[in-house]
Design a protein around this ligand. Structure first.
Ligand code: PLP
Length: 414
């Protein structure tokens, strides 16, 4: 991955697996082998207990109550913002807008930043490897403004062609939106270099960090982008939580996306003035318990150490890649030298969904399908792949179980 990982001590999965109750369960009478963390990561007890304690002990709305419970809820909710700000290397807590996930974060930028900025003839640059969440909002904005979408190409091995990306940063491009880590290929993009190229040309950059935040140390300041989006449920947190980090000057200039309670300073029938960022973008009662849980998730990941998480996952990735490469007829999609622990593959003569369904019967949970990346599937000329995605709580023994299950399934399908 991007950070040097060899100096740090990998995590012994035996010391953390007990933190994740779901990992102890069985499916179809077999021990669960959960290899779908790129889809949704599993949740440690610390997070489950934080959510539980919110409802049991201080369930109240944030910001508007003067009573003790409201104060405790607000402290925990806003405390999560401090933790997340430190986790991603933000300058200030005010640069973090809480959202329901990456999808909402990107839509917020699309409607509050891009929509007012774009005019006919302008363009937004994305890459061939984007998730639909980093394509469709831009298409919707392009339709409304007359701007167009440009696409930076990738190689067959699943690497962004950086020279082509830079060449595509022409004067009509007003925003470039690219993923930090591909959810299908695992490719880790050189985001500092890409953000720098954008900045040098006065082009705003948005990074989809959904698959990076759970797996590698982050520093948005060092990356030098304008916007960075993450989603909580992939980083040990509850579903329905996410963060948009943005430079303060953008948040100050952007109009609100949703209107309602919590985001105002003063309302009259003549007009409304808005709260300062980030609250200007957080209309209505937020997912309080979710963010209390996400704060606990950040504590958990930080306690383990992101460098150690990255090192552990790199070892597992190397082991799984070696084992999978020996399976006859198996093709891996995404072989970039810098990749996260995501392995997409197909086996000659077998459908992705059949493989995944039969692996499930062996207790192995993988994802099959287009992974919300139709254009990437079109690039490879396949309708779907199987994707095994690993996390620090997976073990080499689970990889072995997966490979054995795959051998059984292969025999049945061939
Ligand atoms: N971007 C990437 C790269 C993803 O992998 C995902 C989730 O699969 C998303 C965006 C969307 O995240 P969410 O559905 O949590 O908003």
């Amino acid at each position: 991955m991007t950070a040097p990982t060899s100096r740090v001590q990998p995590i012994d999965p035996a010391t953390v697996r007990g933190d994740f109750p779901v990992l102890a369960r069985q499916v179809h009478g077999k021990p669960l082998t959960y290899l779908d963390s790129a889809n949704t990561g599993q949740t440690p007890n610390a997070v489950i207990e934080a959510v539980d304690s919110y409802y049991r002990q201080f369930n109240a709305n944030v910001a508007r109550a003067v009573h003790q419970l409201g104060d405790e809820a607000t402290t925990a909710y806003e405390g999560a913002r401090d933790k997340l700000a430190a986790f991603i290397g933000a300058n200030t807590r005010e640069e973090l807008v809480f959202t329901s996930g990456t999808t909402q974060a990107i839509n917020l930028v699309a409607y509050s930043y891009a929509l007012p900025h774009l005019k006919p003839g302008d363009a937004i640059l994305v890459t061939q490897m984007e998730h639909h969440a980093n394509i469709v909002p831009w298409q919707l904005v392009c339709e409304r403004t007359g701007a167009t979408l440009k696409v930076a190409p990738i190689t067959e091995s699943g690497e962004l062609i950086v020279d082509e990306f830079v060449k595509a940063l022409t004067p009509e491009v007003k925003l470039a939106a690219f993923t930090h880590v591909s959810n299908v290929l695992g490719t880790v993009n050189p985001v500092r270099e890409l953000a720098k190229a954008c900045r040098q040309r006065g082009i705003a950059s948005l990074i989809d960090g959904s698959q990076a935040a759970p797996h590698l140390p982050l520093d948005v300041k060092a990356i030098g982008c304008d916007f960075y989006a993450i989603t909580g449920h992939k980083m040990a947190g509850p579903t329905g939580t996410g963060v948009l980090w943005a430079r303060r000057e953008h948040l100050d200039a952007m109009p609100p996306f949703f209107g309602g309670g919590e985001m105002i300073r003063e309302v009259s029938f003549e007009g409304t003035t808005f709260a300062d960022p980030p609250h200007k973008f957080e209309a209505g009662t937020p997912n309080i318990s979710g963010f209390v849980g996400l704060g606990a998730a950040v504590d958990y990941l930080t306690g383990l150490g992101m460098e150690r998480i990255a090192a552990t996952e790199q070892e597992l990735l190397a082991y799984a890649t070696e084992k999978l490469s020996a399976v006859p007829g198996l093709r891996i999609f995404g072989t970039a030298p810098h990749k996260a622990a995501v392995i997409s593959f197909l086996i000659e003569g077998a459908h992705a969904h059949d493989l995944a369904t039969m692996l499930d019967l062996q207790g192995v949970a993988v994802r099959s399908g287009h992974h919300c990346a139709h254009p990437l599937m079109q690039f490879y000329g396949v309708p779907a792949t199987v994707r095994a995605s690993l996390a620090f709580y997976n073990t080499p023994e689970e990889v072995d179980r997966f490979i054995e299950a795959l051998a059984t399934v292969r025999k049945l399908l061939m």
